[in-house]
Design a protein around this ligand. Structure first.
Ligand SMILES: NC(=O)c1ccc[n+]([C@@H]2O[C@H](COP(=O)([O-])OP(=O)(O)OC[C@H]3O[C@@H](n4cnc5c(N)ncnc54)[C@H](OP(=O)(O)O)[C@@H]3O)[C@@H](O)[C@H]2O)c1
Length: 250
């Protein structure tokens, strides 16, 4: 028996390949959805697909989710159109160009703002609303990259690591109100974000990761690695002492 029903769910970053697959799982169960994304055409295509799959209602809002104030527009709209949401999934993000971020302050700020600051900012009103409702689930897509800084992508890693610590505190706060906060930590997923990377057996499909996300949200889990084996990989990675780790070419 699932702990949380996801009948009315808000999805920020709804055109993401992973979020889109999660929305499809919910649409097949006749859920009502409120989707937020920046590209109106892509968003309409996603919404049309979800309606065909059986969603009871699909509402949409366009917003630049790199903004730390855009939620002032769409969150009240979500409440007005959806009624009382049971859940929110925050999925938007950019990988960025790690090489460029090494020397380009604006790009560093863009990655940190899109992946961390905007999510933290929207969670101020969203978390307070759920706290007052005294039930529901807040899920955010982080990354295994947030578990340890590596030379190859530490700006992206820091944005997800910041999110991880933020969500730990939020989980601790909202536990006392009966609200669950789920940190999703995928490994490599075959989506447009990783289209330029050579594929390996470590890559998971967005469909499989989405199924894991929906299950974790229903169960109100704390931290979920997807696929599960990344928990053990990161356990080893985190065990390594810093004086050893800094010498690796990772
Ligand atoms: N793919 C992986 O290997 C992997 C691994 C770990 C974690 N993740 C995380 O999973 C989440 C989903 O990514 P994905 O793999 O599904 O990749 P994706 O398909 O490229 O999705 C990224 C989404 O973020 C949206 N986005 C980026 N900047 C935005 C902005 N300023 N305003 C509004 N939307 C914005 C994109 O919108 P557009 O559609 O308009 O571009 C897109 O919908 C991200 O948080 C990512 O960091 C991915």
């Amino acid at each position: 028996m699932p702990k949380h029903k996801l009948d009315r769910t808000v999805i920020a970053g709804a055109t993401s390949a992973i979020a889109r697959e999660a929305a499809r799982v919910l649409a097949r169960r006749n859920a009502s959805l409120f989707l937020v994304a920046r590209d109106a055409n892509k968003l309409e295509a996603v919404a049309a697909d979800l309606r065909v799959l059986g969603a009871r209602a699909v509402h949409t809002a366009t917003a630049d989710l790199a903004s730390t104030t855009a939620h002032e527009q769409w969150w009240p709209e979500a409440l007005a159109l959806l009624g009382e949401p049971d859940a929110i999934l925050i999925a938007h993000g950019i990988l960025g160009d790690a090489g460029r971020a090494r020397h380009d302050a604006a790009h560093t700020a863009e990655i940190l703002t899109t992946n961390f600051l905007s999510a933290a900012a929207m969670l101020a009103p969203v978390s307070t609303w759920f706290e007052q409702r005294r039930s529901g689930v807040i899920a955010v897509i982080g990354s295994v990259a947030g578990d340890r800084g590596r030379q190859s992508n530490y700006v992206y890693g820091a944005s997800k690591g910041g999110l991880d610590v933020f969500l730990q505190g939020l989980r601790n706060r909202l536990f006392h109100a009966g609200v669950d906060v789920v940190t999703i930590k995928p490994g490599f997923v075959d989506t447009p974000m990783t289209a330029h990377l050579p594929k390996s057996p470590l890559f998971a499909s967005p469909e499989a990761v989405a199924r894991g996300i929906v299950k974790a949200m229903e169960q109100g889990r704390d931290v979920v690695y997807l696929p599960f084996f990344w928990r053990w990989i990161l356990w080893v990675v985190k065990l390594m002492p810093e004086f050893v780790f800094k010498r690796l070419k990772t």
